[in-house]
Write a new protein. Structure first.
Length: 262
């Protein structure tokens, strides 16, 4: 499926029982369907990075007075960046220009119009082959955790997850648990066997080449987190999104039955 919107239709119609979606979309779906969606596991932590063609950005404070090009306005990249800037006293002190596509940001880096950008993997790795002297300056996942600590919270930037229709989970618990066990094993295989996994990723057309996939994998933060740990990881994340834009999580924090905990 190409776009998250397509997945929404297939889930709500019952055509699809299980899907991988952004975590904020999972919350939105739960609210939109009056609780008919469950989140089964987190599969991706933060994949966002601040990249630069120069050498001036060594810490988040170095962003003051700078201009960042980014994509993802109105979604997690914008909310995460705003949260980090605010926590570090940089609100209103950093100019952010949003582009419609990741490729547009890369083009601005390549032309020299941009020197600092916010990009996700695997675009970061792919861009380094196209843009001279492009390096990773800051890991947004780490910056998020640091920002949470400053506010006395514990939180992990959790960007991707597996959801399941509540009806399917209730009627087919054994099948769901078997799927999740295999899904977890698949993630463990990918993280332990980078070269073989990279070739499979390229073969299935997920990334243009095995080499790019191999280089990008360590920075893609592919994980399997379920149960109470999953719930705790998402709690602060959803609070931040709700404060930034209630519509980003469907208007309210999902109730406890949102979480599929065995």
């Amino acid at each position: 499926v190409g776009a998250p919107d397509e997945i929404v239709g297939k889930l709500t119609s019952g055509e699809v029982d299980i899907a991988a979606v952004p975590t904020n979309l999972a919350a939105t779906l739960y609210n939109k369907t009056q609780g008919k969606i469950r989140i089964a596991a987190i599969n991706t932590l933060g994949v966002l990075y601040v990249v630069q063609t120069g050498e001036e950005i060594k810490s988040v404070s170095d962003l003051e007075g700078k201009k960042i090009y980014a994509s993802g306005q109105g979604s997690t990249p914008e909310y995460a960046l705003n949260y980090i800037l605010k926590a570090n006293g940089l609100e209103g002190k950093v100019e952010v220009e949003y582009c419609a596509e990741h490729s547009e940001v890369v083009a601005k880096l390549a032309s020299g119009e941009a020197s600092i950008a916010l990009l996700p993997e695997p675009f970061v790795t792919a861009s380094k082959a196209k843009v001279e002297n492009l390096t990773t300056a800051l890991d947004v996942t780490q910056l998020w955790e640091d920002a949470c600590k400053k506010e006395g919270k514990s939180g992990v930037l959790s960007m991707g997850c597996v959801v399941v229709r509540a009806e399917f989970a209730e009627q087919n618990p054994d099948a769901l648990d078997a799927f999740l066990a295999e899904y977890k094993a698949s993630i463990e295989y990918v993280n332990a066997n980078g070269e073989q996994a990279a070739q499979l990723i390229a073969d299935y057309g997920i990334v243009a080449s095995a080499e790019i996939a191999k280089q990008a994998l360590p920075a893609c933060n592919i994980v399997y987190i379920d149960g109470v740990t999953m719930k705790d990881s998402l709690a602060n994340f959803f609070e931040v999104l709700l404060a930034a834009n209630p519509a980003s999580v469907g208007g309210q924090i999902p109730a406890d039955d949102f979480y599929y905990v065995k």
